[in-house]
Design a protein around this ligand. Structure first.
Ligand SMILES: [Zn+2]
Length: 295
């Protein structure tokens, strides 16, 4: 991943000047008093496939005190819905980076996320490590997921992408540059996939926000512990004075229609899901240097 990061830095430098992010300072005035709400909506220009979040993104994308809530790996019936309920109670918005096979399995849950006004980005079809596969397979993983969201909920998928395990290489980064798809890293990691404990999730997020003062927060909507943590976490975020920024794309993603997903039949989808589970287990249990975190 370190090599991938070097490539990414070079690529980022080459396009940094091309990034334009505009924001409306409009406050959400429809939220009940006392809720966290949304402080502003940021219209994100993904022309040139820029990075957002550490280490390559423009730090000034967010002002001090501003945060973005993100959830990866769903949609899942129980946990995504519980997270939606917690977000709705605080009248606030998030971005969901969805997995294509999960969308295929739970299209109705994706529609609920969309109906509640949240933003949809993607996170590959079967959650593989894109940095170690052929670019043709990697693009199939990427494009079939944008396609699947389009099929389930036309016109709602943003040109926003997050790499599984944040693992990229020069080829994948260049590809997303060419596709004008924003590449989302993170600033604050909840480590919810590791702890599975609401108190630890809250502690990690609030600790990260305290030290960074702003940032894109990573959580996962496939864990009950994350859903359980969210009401208290949002209360603490509100009490600490942080402001939620809602991300919306300036332009729609240009879809490559009818890309066949990597697994094309029911057994294949199940196998992909199994592999996904095993990969995550393997990644969780390996000895990983603290400087090289995984998602
Ligand atoms: Zn993931």
């Amino acid at each position: 991943m370190q090599m991938a990061r070097k490539f990414g830095v070079i690529a980022w430098g080459a396009i940094a000047a091309a990034i334009i992010v505009t924001s409306s300072a409009r406050a959400e005035d429809t939220c009940p008093a006392g809720t966290l709400g949304v402080s502003r909506t940021a219209e994100v220009d993904t022309t040139g496939g820029p990075w957002f979040g550490e280490p390559y993104g423009n730090r000034d994308f967010l002002a001090p005190g501003e945060i973005v809530l993100t959830f990866d790996d769903g949609p899942s019936p129980n946990d995504t819905r519980a997270i939606l309920a917690a977000l709705a109670k605080e009248c606030t918005k998030a971005t969901f980076f969805v997995v294509g096979s999960m969308v295929a399995d739970h299209p109705e849950v994706l529609k609920e996320v969309v109906a509640q006004g949240h933003t949809i980005g993607t996170h590959t079809w079967s959650h593989p490590n894109l940095a170690i596969m052929s670019i043709s397979r990697a693009t199939q993983e990427i494009e079939s997921t944008f396609d699947e969201v389009q099929k389930v909920s036309p016109g709602t998928v943003a040109p926003f992408f997050r790499y599984p395990y944040l693992s990229s290489n020069k080829t994948t980064v260049d590809y997303l540059h060419s596709r004008n798809i924003g590449q989302f890293a993170i600033d604050v990691d909840s480590l919810d996939w590791r702890f599975h404990n609401p108190k630890d999730v809250i502690r990690k997020v609030m600790g990260g926000l305290k030290s960074r003062g702003r940032g894109i927060i990573l959580m996962h909507d496939i864990h009950k512990s994350t859903a359980d943590a969210l009401p208290e976490l949002l209360a603490q975020i509100k009490a600490a004075g942080f402001k939620v920024v809602n991300l919306k794309p300036k332009s729609q993603v240009q879809l490559i229609a009818d890309v066949t997903p990597p697994a094309t039949h029911a057994t294949g989808v199940r196998l992909a899901a199994q592999k996904f589970k095993h990969q995550r287990t393997a990644m969780r249990t390996r000895k990983t240097p603290a400087a090289d975190p995984i998602w």
